[in-house]
Design a protein around this ligand. Structure first.
Ligand SMILES: [Zn+2]
Length: 156
């Protein structure tokens, strides 16, 4: 690990300890060139497997960028997007797998996005579920309406 202060290529680990309830390791490092100290953290990278077979590290900002596109022109704030990104990440990480298929990430986005903005949800779902006809939209909208009525009426 390179020193972030003087860019020296060689640094020494002077202490290692478990962090975040064992989900991470933090290392205190010291640079022999400039004598400064800094801390690094090691965690398991959550990988996303794309349909092409390529894997890449999970990226919350990528998810937010995709949802932001679906939200264009809609009254959705950056804060709301950030919260959605966090919910999706928690849901995906909560599965406890080191690698998740990309389509599961799409699935994890649909629920929170539907609560956030129905129009953006329909846009996103139409791409994600590759809607092919007006009937696909009608079917999805009928589902949204049914849920809305169900949530308005007191249950049983
Ligand atoms: Zn240094």
């Amino acid at each position: 690990m390179r020193c972030p202060f003087c860019q020296n290529q060689d640094t020494r680990v002077i202490d290692s300890r478990a962090a975040e309830e064992g989900a991470a390791i933090r290392r205190r490092r010291s640079c022999p060139a400039c004598e400064r100290r800094f801390t690094t953290q090691e965690t398991v990278l959550l990988m996303v497997a794309k349909r092409s077979g390529v894997t890449e590290p999970f990226s919350r900002s990528k998810i937010i960028a995709g949802v932001r596109r679906a939200c264009q022109g809609r009254p959705v704030t950056e804060d709301a997007l950030a919260v959605l990104g966090q919910r999706v990440e928690e849901a995906v990480r909560g599965r406890g797998a080191a690698e998740v298929p990309a389509h599961e990430i799409g699935l994890a986005i649909l629920g929170p996005l539907r609560e956030l903005d129905e129009v953006a949800y329909l846009r996103f779902a139409s791409v994600y579920r590759s809607f092919e006809s007006v009937e696909d939209f009608e079917h999805e909208i009928a589902g949204l309406r049914a849920d809305r009525i169900a949530s308005r009426e007191p249950g049983e």
